[in-house]
Design a protein around this ligand. Sequence first.
Ligand SMILES: NC(=O)c1ccc[n+]([C@@H]2O[C@H](COP(=O)([O-])OP(=O)(O)OC[C@H]3O[C@@H](n4cnc5c(N)ncnc54)[C@H](OP(=O)(O)O)[C@@H]3O)[C@@H](O)[C@H]2O)c1
Length: 250
Amino acid sequence: MRIAIIGGAGTLGRHITAELAKRGHDARVLGRSSAAFPVDLRTGAGLDAALADCSAVVDASNSQRRPRQVLVDGSSRLLAAEQRAGVRHHVCISIVGCDHVPLGYYRVKTEQERVVTRGQVPWTIVRATQFHELAASVFAATARYRVLLAGRLPIQPVAAAEVASAVAAAAETDPAERRIQVAGPEVSSLGDLARTWRSATGQSAVLVPVPLPGRVGRELRAGGLTTSQADVVGRVTFADWLAASRAAEG
Ligand SMILES: NC(=O)c1ccc[n+]([C@@H]2O[C@H](COP(=O)([O-])OP(=O)(O)OC[C@H]3O[C@@H](n4cnc5c(N)ncnc54)[C@H](OP(=O)(O)O)[C@@H]3O)[C@@H](O)[C@H]2O)c1
């Protein structure tokens, strides 16, 4: 199958691209910086040409700076282009608990899901928990100031590569028209993850509990970012993933 991956060079997207290629598909990487298939979800530029002859589209795009433009308005533009191109399956990547935790970015993800479920293209939504890659990059960023965000916030991180396998399996089969949940193998506190990161990297940093005020705090403390009902449970723990990525770095 020819499958387009929007954001196919991103943190998750590059694993999806590799996994689809490994399964024998023609994985077409789309994004603003794609040399062969440049597209911009903020304007729709490039989409018609890039989607020609694609049977399925995986939307692994992301934007922290302009999330609504890229993820919500961008999904509308993308779905319209998919209809014109005759694409038969749209796979959207979302986040476990996004409809419960009232954070701005999560509201946008919930709206993105709504655009997809109300659209004309048959769909599958794959909701994942936070990636090990995200946790590690947040710890690395704050460790520069000798602090690590910590506290009792329950989190169930998963390796992006394991999410990618579930996404690839969804993309190569018929649209599920439902949400598939992918979660990590264990629920830890943010503080435990911070200690794991600190001992794996040998960095010295002070653990600082994240304040969790109001309704957001209540939802997060109650496990809003975790699930006991995942369809796919990853096997790679944060400690395993850190050890493997540090070994790969040499
Ligand atoms: N990170 C996590 O822990 C996590 C957890 C659960 C779910 N998710 C979801 O997984 C998805 C992917 O996240 P990620 O962390 O892998 O993202 P990422 O590493 O930031 O990659 C985002 C990709 O989107 C592309 N992109 C950005 N703006 C674009 C635009 N205007 N038009 C076209 N492409 C654009 C970028 O490519 P160019 O720069 O080439 O355009 C990039 O390859 C998101 O939907 C996110 O909500 C993430």
